[in-house]
Structures are given as C-alpha cells and as structure tokens.
Design a protein around this ligand. Sequence first.
Ligand code: SF4
Length: 662
Amino acid sequence: MPTKKIYGWTGKILKIDLTTGLTSIIPTMDYAERFVGGRGINAKLHFDEVPASVGAFDPENRLTVMTGPLTGTIAPTSGRVEVGGKSPQTYPNESYTVSSFGGWWGPELKYAGFDGLIIYGKAPKPVYLYIRDGKIQLRDAAHLWGKDIFTTQEMLWKELGDGRKPQVLAIGPAGENMIRFAIMMHGSSSASGQGGFGGVCGSKNLKAIVVRGTGYVEAAKPKELMDVSYAMNRWIYRADQRPEQWTNIASFHRIGWSFFQGQKVKGWKWLKNYTRKAEACHACPLGCRVFSNITDSQGRQGSAKCNQFWYEKYDVQRHKDITEVFYKAAKMADAMGVNGFELIGMIPWLQKCFEEKIFTREDTGIAIEDVGTLEFAEKLLKMITYKEGFGKILSEGSPRAADIIGRGSQKHLPHMNRGFAHHWDPQLWSPQALFWAMETRHPVSSIHAMYWVFRMYVQELWPAAGFASSADVVAWSRELFGTDKAIDYSDENFYDPVHATVAKWMREYDVARRSMIVCSYGPTPLFFSSYSSAPHYTIPLRSPDLESRLFSLVTGSDLVPDGAALIAAGQRIINVERVIAAREGRTREHDTLADYLFTKKKKGKVTGPGGKAIAVERAIDRTKFESLRNEYYRINGWDAAKGHPRRETLDALNLKDISVAV
Ligand code: SF4
C-alpha cells in the first residue's frame, strides 16, 4: 500500500535519551490527528510518558519541544514553538505546564527534518544537541558550560556556521544551576520564559539545542496559501501602519510601557533615542521586538520584548526618566538566563519584607535602597544565578523563598498565583479571572486573544487603534454566543453565566492556535475582519475560520475543516491538560485567584450594553465568582466538586485513552 503523502509536517518527532545517547522516532501523525500540533501534542506526549510522581528535575521528566503544522511556512505569525514538561516554577507543587518562544528555531528544526523533540534522561557530562539535516549528535559542551546565553550562541555560530548561522536554543548559568525560574533563550530575545524549563535543561546537563536544516516544508495548496497569507499581511500592515496610531502591539513595544503609565514623553523618548528597528519571528509581518542601540556590558546590541520591563519602574522611580539602566538590566537577566517576570513579583516582596524588618541588609547582603541602579540589578541577578548567600533562597522563586523564611513574609506575596507574578489583573473582564483560576500558569496568551476583541479593536475603547464599531462588536457577540451579553461588562452583567462560556471559548481558541501554531500576540486574531464597518480592514475570512483555513491549505487535510472544529480541538487539548493536572493532585481548591483581587478595586473602561464604552471600578466578588466558576465546570462537563473532567466528557471528545486515568 502506498503511504499517504504528508503536507506541512515532516512526520517525525525525535526522542532522545540523554543518559544513553540513544534516539528513536515517533510518527507525528499518531498525535497530530487528534491534537493538531504544538501545545496539543506536548500535552498528549506528557500524559503518555511522564507519571505524576516524576519531579521537574528528575531525569525521567520529559522536555517536549514542538512545532505546529504551519511552522516553517509563510502562514503569518507561524514561527513560534511550544514547550511542555513538569515545571520547577509552579507552586505549591511542581506540575505540568507550558511555555513558548519565537524566532527562527522552529522552522529550522522542520527544515532539518523533525517536527518536535522529546528529551529525557541526564547526560553524564554537559552536552549540546546538534541536529543537522536529519543527523543527530550529542556533543561535548564543556567549553560552553558557565557561559552566558549570548556568548554560547556566538560560540556555536562560529563553531558550526556554514555560511549561515545555525539556530540555537540555549541556557545560561541560571539554567545550569537549576534556578527554578531559569529560561531557555534563542536569538536575542525569544525566550521560553515562564515555567523554569532552563532549569530542567540544566538538570539534564543539556546546554543547548542547535538546529540547521536545508530542507523545506511542503504545503498542499501553495497558491491559495500565498493568497490568504498575502491578504492577512496586508491587513496586519494596514492595522499597524496608520500614522495616527501607535497602539498596535508592535508599536506598543517599540514605545515602551511608560506611555501607558501616563508618561508619554518618556515613552517617546525611549522610542526616539534607543530603538533602531523592529525584529520579527519567521513569517511575521509585525516584529514586536525592539532592537536597541544600547549595548550590554560586553558591547553587544540586541533586542528585547516583554522581558525588558521588569526593571523599568525602578529605573524611572530612581532617575525620574527612562534611562539605559532598565534595558541593560533586562539584557543582563537574559544573558544569565533569569526570567525577569519572576523578578516583577520578587522585588516588591523584598521591599515589603525590608520595610517590615523581616530581614535586613545584614541578613541578606541586599541594599534595597539601591533599587533602580544597575549595580542593584547586577548584584541581585548574580546572587540568584550563582545561589550566593541569600540568593540561594531567592533562587527557589518568591513563594518557596517566603515559605523557607517564614516570619510572616508569605503575606507580602498577595500578587502571586500558582507561582507566577500577577499582571493584567482581571477585575474588568470576568473571563480573564477564570483564565487565572484555571490555567497551569500565568494565562498570558488567552489574555492576549481576548484583549484584541474586547479592547484593542473596539473603536469606542481605543479610538486611535480600534476599528470595530459597537454594532460590529454586538454582531460578533450575537453570532458566536447567541446574546449581546458576551461583550457586556457592566456591574449588572459581570457575573452573567455567558462569561463562563466566553472564557471556555477563548481558552479553547487560544490552545488550538498554540497548536497550529499562530502567535497570540500580533493583531491577529481577526475577529471582525469579515464584517467590520471599516472596509479596508475587511478580508474574506475571520477567526477562527481563518486559522482552520490556513491549516487546510498547509496540510491538505480536513481534520480541522472550520472554526468550530478548531475550537473542538482546543477543547480536547484542554481536557488532556486537565487530566494531567488531576493526576498530579490538582482539584477545585487549587483553581484560585490571588487574594487581593477580591479587595483591590480596579478602574477602567469596558464595553457595556450595546457594545458602548462605560467606566467601571470594582473588585471581584468572592461569592459571585464562585457561581461563575461552577458554571465553568458545568459547561465543560467537569465534576464541580473536584474540578475534574467526567469520564463521559472525555469519551465524547474521543479521549477514551485518557479517560482511563480519571
Ligand atoms: S507578533 Fe512578535 S512574537 Fe508574535 S510572531 Fe510576530 S514577532 Fe513573533
């Protein structure tokens, strides 16, 4: 029998045992038919291969690194890669979580012949994995061990370059030393940041994964793929290039957050003085990363994304302006391999503990009054990275450090949830509160997806950037959810059960996109594109049908024939992740929100009745949120007492092989 031709995929997932050096191949299609790719396949691989008792730093933990069917094609924003595994960062227990990174590594892996990697075991000494056009080698990394991430990449480019640089995913000293919030990084600013997977690599003696491929990804319908991609790119460009607006996400990063903190002049100064150009992932017309003209301590220039912001507030507080300090601090953290988002939660906690005299300069060696200086950032990063003195405690991450210290220090961490520092508080949008309660980590990509439709695109909420009228927004709400109420965030409607449905839909949409893979960050999703009242923002398709169309054009398969099928795939993947969590001991009582969200009011503008902008100010009501949570379990077909999927729910989702674990 002739084998069926596969489009989009290489058909091979490479499995590497670092202990023995043995490799094997798993057919991608065994997983792709039900779980699409990226985040979906990672979840099923973890379910199949990692028992709940395995710890994050155990050799038996699997680091799964997966591309999607769109990766390596011209489908816009398809350059990202998904990572999964037992995480050392999640709190209170090490549990399965996900992360992702952008850049050019994922397409190159496919051009080298593989769709993804499953890495397990522990190498007897430091190694790096080198994959070149189907050939696999574990090479000695003694000369790289101890080097920062950027130096490691430069050394490997020099060592292995053949006129073109290979793509490198590497860890820094923080990963080598198994810091719980160490990152893996590729290029100048594409990091798998949350989850602590840099530490997982360190525990396996794996310094880097280098890929170089001269192959290509074959699409089933290249002409149509080009047409749809061209239309999307044109749309994205128009949305991004209007001279009067800067709020598109790419501009957002080129300008910096200060603009949004009411410091317009400082934001513009950053844009004007410090940025050279935008930098993009493969097949992305946007380029949301800022390439700066500021050099790091070794004279290197590079780019930054969200990671640039962890020290900005302190730089501005100290210098009354944005200076080079915050950017240099960000690049320092990147080089060492430390996740700056953890520091967003850690520094306020340190400040409070110093204020309350829970610890002092003598106890810790930290001069907290110096926060905002580059010297402070450098000292803190070094202490953590090399586990020096008090840094050994901090390297455990803020919640575990607080548990070790005790003396009431835990109560100064109200802004942490499941081990991740809060940002984008959900008091304005109730589905977002459900994201925070239900995810395995900071739910950033679901929030991205929701923000476009509920805020950024809405003309009334953001006149400079939005193009969707109130009527467009209402039409969308009616069509998808059968009611106007899905976009009504007035106090009267905030806890309406429809918002549990919105949360479910948005999560499913998000994980399905992270399986394709399409980036959650650009001005896709294109929810309003086919019926917006603004004609030049109209393209023939809109999300989620648009993503399913890309899938069909690349793979030639009808496995995800329309948006509804895409959402159903997302539902299946979320249920697999939920069963993994249940197996690890997660129950309803862990589906929590950070406590301060119930007391701290947040002000802002939201869409109210008829999609019109209204001003609100509120904290989350504990009792009403409980009802919304119950509704979320009910519509998911999960047992509300435990928060676990029911067996019949899994069976109906074609997950009989998963339901045995319930
Ligand atoms: S929007 Fe940014 S992160 Fe997303 S694909 Fe484009 S450059 Fe990469």
